[in-house]
Design a protein around this ligand. Structure first.
Ligand code: C5P
Length: 218
């Protein structure tokens, strides 16, 4: 039986890294929903669309086709934007545009259509609560701000993206606040989710913990 897995948590908690590994091991597809919000932030910057104007953003989104390939590359209207959407300023823009209910509704609808056939791992902020409330497995990954800032900083250096640790640390704090305090679909743990604090865990340890949870639950 194929099922869906929802992984939620704050930024840089390791959701995408873990989701990718689990997807490979289970033969499932991975959908990084944060990348979709990043696409909206990036495209609005590119086309000078006011990020405070909900209707203008929605009109813009109708001209955007967001797609992924099996290697996790992200495309807007067939153009590869995988690197561009990972820049630090785009993280904050993604968080800014994600407050709008109509922006969210549009992306949630796409996400639900993609995951309808099961066999998906979605990671984001509202997967277990809003996008896939019926997901068979729900994980809520958390980690200290320090652990997350260190990981993100290393990730940027590895990808040769310009990075400043203090800026990353502050941005994570700000995004945590924005993502947990917005009116529509704030980041919160679904009641039936397993919470894992990954601050002191290696990637392998997190994967093993989730795998044993899946085996025990299904
Ligand atoms: O996961 P990532 O850090 O790439 O997400 C970027 C931003 O997109 C988050 O800070 C959050 O504001 C928003 N987001 C969201 N709901 C999701 C995924 C991401 O609001 N399901």
């Amino acid at each position: 039986m194929r099922f869906n897995i929802a992984i939620d948590g704050p930024s840089a908690a390791g959701k995408s890294t873990i989701a990718k590994i689990l997807a490979k091991e289970l033969g499932y597809a991975h959908l990084d929903t944060g990348a979709m919000y990043r696409c909206v932030g990036y495209y609005s910057k590119l086309h000078h669309v006011d990020q405070k104007d909900e209707d203008a953003l929605v009109a813009m989104m109708k001209e955007m086709e967001i797609a992924f390939d099996s290697d996790g590359h992200v495309f807007i209207n067939q153009e590869d934007v995988s690197t561009e959407i990972r820049q630090n300023d785009i993280s904050m823009m993604a968080s800014n545009v994600s407050v709008f209910p109509k922006v969210r509704a549009h992306l949630v609808n796409l996400q639900q259509k993609i995951a309808a056939n099961k066999g998906y791992i979605l990671d984001g902020r509202d997967i277990g609560t809003v996008v896939l409330p019926d997901a068979e497995i729900k994980i809520f990954m958390v980690a200290s701000v320090e652990a997350r800032a260190k990981r993100r900083y290393k990730e940027y250096l590895d990808k040769q993206i310009e990075a400043d640790y203090d800026v990353i640390y502050k941005d994570i704090e700000t995004r945590d606040y924005q993502d947990t305090h917005r009116a529509t679909s704030p980041l919160k743990k679904a009641e039936d989710a397993l919470e894992i604090d990954t601050s002191a865990m290696s990637i392998d340890e997190v994967v093993i913990a989730i795998q044993s949870y899946i085996s025990a639950k299904l």
